[in-house]
Design a protein around this ligand. Structure first.
Ligand SMILES: [Zn+2]
Ligand SMILES: [Zn+2]
Length: 233
C-alpha cells in the first residue's frame, strides 16, 4: 500500500512526503502505517481520486490477522543490528519496470528472495539507512535510497545457505497452511517463530522481528542444521 502510494505521488509530480500531507497523514511514517490499517477517510479519497476499487485497496494492505505479529515494526531510525521496517531484493527492483516494495518483504520470517535465491537487504549498502521513501522530498523513483540516492538495485548479492532457504520456505508453507485453515494454533506458531533467536542463541533476548536481516539469516542458518522440534511437534 505505502509503496503504491509513493509511486502514485511521484507519477503525479509530487514527492512522497508532501503527498502524505495531502492525504492528511502528517509527518513520519504515516503512509507506512496505512499498510497496517487503511483509514476510511483515506480509502474514500483514493477511491474517488485514483479510481481504484475497495477490494484492490484492501488487497494491498497487510491486515491479515494471523501474521500481524510477524511484521517488522515501523521504525523511522536505524539502530545497529536492529530490524528496519522493510526489506528488499536488489534483483527484483532491477527487474521491475516500475520498482515497488513487495508485501512479503515486511515479514520477519523472510530472509531471501524465492525468485532470485539471494538474501534480502534491509539497509542501503552505501549510507546504512533503512528504506525511507515515506520521508522523500525529491521526485526520485523508489529504487534510489531516499537518504543518499544510491541505486539500491545495484547492491551486491547476499549469499544465504541452501539449508536456511529451505527452512525459510518450509516456514512460509506452514504459515500459509495455518492461515488457510484458520487454525486456532496459529498464535502458538507465531510465538514459536518470534522466539527463534533465543533457540538459536543469536542476539539473546530479542524476538525475530527485532533483528536485522543479516542477524536473521545467521539465525536461520544455525536452526537449519538442528532438529525442527522448536518449530513443530
Ligand atoms: Zn528477487
Ligand atoms: Zn543510502
Amino acid at each position: 500500500m505505502s509503496s503504491w502510494l509513493h509511486r502514485l505521488a511521484i507519477a503525479n509530480g509530487i514527492a512522497p512526503r508532501p503527498f502524505a500531507g495531502v492525504l492528511g497523514l502528517g509527518d513520519g511514517m504515516g503512509s507506512s502505517r496505512l499498510d497496517h490499517s487503511l483509514t476510511h477517510g483515506v480509502a474514500t479519497l483514493l477511491q474517488q481520486q485514483a479510481d481504484i476499487a475497495t477490494e484492490a485497496l484492501s488487497a494491498m494492505t497487510m491486515t491479515g490477522p494471523a501474521l500481524t505479529p510477524l511484521l517488522l515494526p515501523l521504525r523511522e531510525n536505524v539502530r545497529p543490528n536492529r530490524s528496519t521496517w522493510t526489506q528488499y531484493c536488489p534483483q527484483c527492483l532491477a527487474g521491475d519496470q516500475a520498482p515497488y516494495f513487495r508485501r512479503h518483504w515486511r515479514l520477519a520470517t523472510r530472509i531471501s528472495c524465492f525468485v532470485h535465491g539471494r538474501g534480502l537487504r534491509d539497509r542501503c549498502p552505501a549510507c546504512r539507512s533503512g528504506i525511507a521513501s515515506f520521508d522523500q522530498t525529491d521526485l526520485m523513483p523508489q529504487h534510489f535510497c531516499a537518504r543518499c540516492a544510491f541505486a539500491l538495485r545495484t547492491a551486491s548479492k547476499v549469499f544465504v545457505k541452501t539449508s536456511a532457504r529451505r527452512l525459510e520456505r518450509s516456514i512460509d508453507d506452514i504459515c500459509k497452511v495455518g492461515m488457510a485453515k484458520g487454525s486456532m494454533t496459529i498464535g502458538d506458531l507465531t510465538s514459536r517463530l518470534l522466539g527463534a533467536p533465543v533457540i538459536a542463541g543469536v542476539s539473546l533476548g530479542k524476538t525475530l522481528t527485532n533483528l536485522s536481516t543479516s542477524s536473521r539469516i545467521r539465525c536461520f542458518e544455525w536452526l537449519a542444521d538442528k532438529p525442527v522440534g522448536w518449530l513443530t511437534a
